[in-house]
Design a protein around this ligand. Sequence first.
Ligand SMILES: [Zn+2]
Length: 253
Amino acid sequence: MVTARLSSGEQILSRLNLLRYDRQIILPQIGVEGQRKLRESKVLIIGAGGLGSVVAYWLACSGIGYIGIIDPDTVQLSNLQRQILHNEEHIGMPKVISAMITLRKINSEIEILPYPDEIYKKNALDYIKSYDVVVACPDNFKTRKILNDACFKMSKPLVIGAVSEFEGQVFDIIPPYGPCYNCIFEEAEDEKTSRGILAPVAGVIGSIQAVEAIKILIGFGELLHGRMIIYNALNGVFRDVKFSKNPSCRICK
Ligand SMILES: [Zn+2]
């Protein structure tokens, strides 16, 4: 019995929490100490859409103590195809409030901090400064670049995910060390038109983002630093692609 073996941890985690996170605590890489770290951790998720929904679900289930979510939009019918935090009753509601209601039903012992706002250069540092890890789930290059820049200024790890049509990619940015987002995507421009997306592809990539955030917070495993996982749903292949720092990058060292 995990709860008996870990009785010394009861001062840190309640008996109920030992039960709730039993399957996680039993992992030697996590244990009571790792679970306590998660309980004290603050993760900021940018975007409560397809990726952000999945990241928020897993992090709430996993017992992250403080989850901040930023998104300026309201829930639309067309969101429900892939944005699993929301439901038909929440149409018209700010996405961050819809997210909070859903996540509280899953885990009432953690704090959900909703910010109905958009990330700009000007407010990014203010939002990021009080968090331990930032998880980027926007649908555009511009916001990812702002987050990359801000995370380097504040020395905060950043987990980036992106999806389009049948493909998705995920990797970690670990300031002050490169490579960073700017090393690869400095020239990338956003398209005017939206592309399609096969809903579960967001589920795959968002789930990997949540895994990476937990690895960073506790400090185990090999991070996706200097390499990205690219998942192609059409041919059912995961690729692990290495990339290195651009020597002339103005963001990372
Ligand atoms: Zn760089």
